[in-house]
Design a protein around this ligand. Structure first.
Ligand code: ATP
Ligand code: MG
Length: 561
């Protein structure tokens, strides 16, 4: 489905409606507003694809705005990671903005509100204020400081800014309505004192604006026309509008907040705060651990930007929060890698095969297609010799007729090579099979044009020549959580559902063409799945991550249970 063919989502309908009602297309402007308090995750990808997708659809600028109003949690490292991830996903922002760029303007507007009698300094403790909030059905109580004079408010607020007060001593509140049915309208806090250095403004400020006060005004400063956020902000819209009402100039674009559903992914958590716990407690090896649902984790796992964008497009935009099965994301990456990943042979659980009638010391190089469904992908040469590895699971001494792999007396074709027949096998003292002796049909070489080369046998196995194989570390991943929705249990913390077997490290034996593989190169290990080169690789040792298996084995296991 092409971008222009799919039906419009409800946010696009809102925009179309606005355009019909005379809003100028040239004035459309969007933003993606992450707080730099962690790495972006797959949930953010939905918001990125939505906002940047609208930019592309309407040929409108999209800003990348860092919502950096809480110095206690924000860091430059996160800013850098977020920029890298958005770029990697394939999007270009118009300008890079920071809410902290607007601290002075926000402060000036706060002074204006004080002078208008619409903001005041409250000197109660947070407990006292909380006690006055009321409930959704009972009105709140007005603060004893609510009617301070403008001069007193100005003096105290300037004192807050000048660093005269410790944290928690005073806050600036908007003077709205303690009886409002919307609790957020009951004199919300606009500023608090925080004696913390900020990653950009350093110690210039020791008062910091709250999210609600900052977000809409930042949208207005940037002249964002449609400010799209997730549903938890629906109740905040009234406050967003109230704050805008105080400063908006009727000749300018007045931003419009609209909400869409958060996207949750099964078997994981999508919340920076929770992901941070996994990092801090060492459950994973950092934000870009391939088990993490972060953009950088998925990237390291071998996901492509196309797969992530395809996922976001497929699930679309919704009005209700819901849980998306991770198998849908896996389907997307499998689908894309199937088109673009070169095929190679690797054996991950080796069993030695000796071709008894193959000359000792001889080797030959066989041509192998890189992608059977894409001739332009070309071909490579793979070495064949007397001693090979196949997968343990591909051999049984005896098996029924449905076992199309190798069994004693049976034949299989070695991919791109010869037909072999298992003659005998050797076992160790415990009865484990450690070697299979085979004969090969000397005229059956694939592509050689002989009658035997065209002979059909039921099974085709992947293999590697032992002498030529390169050893690599291979990291096999499983779900990070055993529960579908680990953070929705009332009586249990999500950390209780960590899958203890989410990572298995093994040694794999790869065909030698892989020796020059570069970090992030992606391959299909034939019959096994998709794998990519991990940044931990060195010139001595390659490290591969399994991105995803060829089929949805998880769904099968679940059905069996
Ligand atoms: P987190 O709880 O992970 O920190 P957040 O919403 O606080 O999430 P922000 O950095 O504020 O994170 O989010 C930037 C944008 O991405 C916001 O517009 C937010 O609504 C959107 N977003 C965040 N998580 C999701 C999600 N799971 N699905 C869709 N959009 C999301
Ligand atoms: Mg947030």
């Amino acid at each position: 489905m092409s971008e222009s063919e799919r039906s419009l989502n409800f946010l696009e309908h809102i925009i179309e409606e606005d355009l019909k009602n005379g809003f100028q297309k040239e004035a459309l402007r969007f933003r993606f507003p992450p707080e730099p308090n962690g790495y972006l995750h797959i949930g953010h990808a939905s918001s990125i694809c939505l906002n940047f997708g609208l930019g592309l659809r309407y040929d409108a600028p999209v800003n990348l705005r860092f919502d950096d109003t809480n110095p206690a949690k924000e860091e430059q490292e996160y800013v850098d990671a977020i920029k890298r991830d958005v770029e990697w996903l394939g999007y270009e922002w118009d300008t890079e903005r920071y809410a902290s760029d607007y601290f002075q303007q926000l402060y000036d507007w706060a002074i204006f509100l004080i002078k208008e009698g619409k903001a005041y300094v409250d000197s109660q403790t947070s407990e006292e204020m909380a006690a006055q909030k009321g409930t959704p059905t009972e009105p709140g109580t007005e603060s004893p400081f609510r009617n301070r004079t403008v001069n007193e408010n100005l003096e105290l607020f300037e004192g807050m800014k000048a660093g005269k007060f410790e944290e928690g001593k005073h806050v600036l509140r908007a003077k709205i309505d303690m009886k409002s049915s919307n609790m957020l309208m009951r004199d919300p806090i606009m500023y608090r004192v925080l004696h913390k250095a900020h990653h950009r403004t350093n110690t210039d400020w020791c008062i910091y604006p709250m999210y609600d006060w900052t977000h809409g005004e930042s949208d207005y400063i940037e002249q964002v026309s449609h400010s799209l956020c997730t549903l938890e902000f629906a109740m905040h819209r009234e406050l967003y509008d109230w704050f805008l009402d105080q400063v908006v100039d009727s000749n300018k674009v007045r931003p419009k907040q609209r909400e869409f559903a958060r996207r949750n992914l099964s078997h994981t958590v999508v919340s920076k705060r929770k992901l941070l716990r996994l990092v801090e407690q060492g459950v994973v090896n950092g934000w870009d651990d391939p088990r993490m649902p972060t953009i950088s984790g998925l990237r390291r796992r071998g996901y492509t930007p196309e797969a992530i964008r395809g996922f976001a497009d497929t699930i679309g935009i919704a009005k209700r929060d819901n849980l998306i099965d991770v198998s849908l994301l896996e389907f997307q990456v499998r689908d894309h890698l199937n088109k673009v990943a070169p095929r190679v042979m690797a054996v991950l659980d080796p069993l030695k095969v000796v071709i008894t009638n193959y000359p000792e010391g001889e080797e030959e190089w066989l041509e192998a297609e890189n992608n059977p469904s894409d001739a332009s992908a070309g071909s490579r040469m793979v070495p064949f010799s007397k001693e090979l590895y196949i997968e343990k699971a591909d051999f049984k001494e005896e098996a029924n007729r449905k076992f199309f792999r190798l069994k004693l007396g049976g034949e299989v074709r070695l991919k791109n090579g010869y037909i072999i027949k298992a003659e005998s096998c050797t076992k160790d003292a415990d009865g484990n099979i450690i070697e299979v002796q085979c004969s090969y049909d000397t005229k059956s070489k694939s592509g050689s044009g002989t009658e035997e080369s065209l002979r059909k046998v039921k099974g085709t196995l992947h293999w590697v020549s032992i002498e030529h194989a390169i050893e690599a570390e291979v990291r096999l991943y499983d779900r990070l959580f055993t529960d579908e929705s680990p953070d929705t249990h009332k009586d249990k913390d999500f950390m209780e559902f960590i899958n203890p077997d989410s990572l298995e490290i093994i040694t794999g034996y790869l065909e030698p063409s892989l020796k020059d593989a570069k970090v992030e190169d992606r391959f299909q290990f034939q019959r096994l799945g998709y794998f990519c080169v991990d940044p931990d690789s060195s010139s001595e040792k390659l490290v591969f991550n399994r991105t995803v298996g060829l089929r949805d084995s998880w769904a099968k296991i679940q059905q069996k249970d």
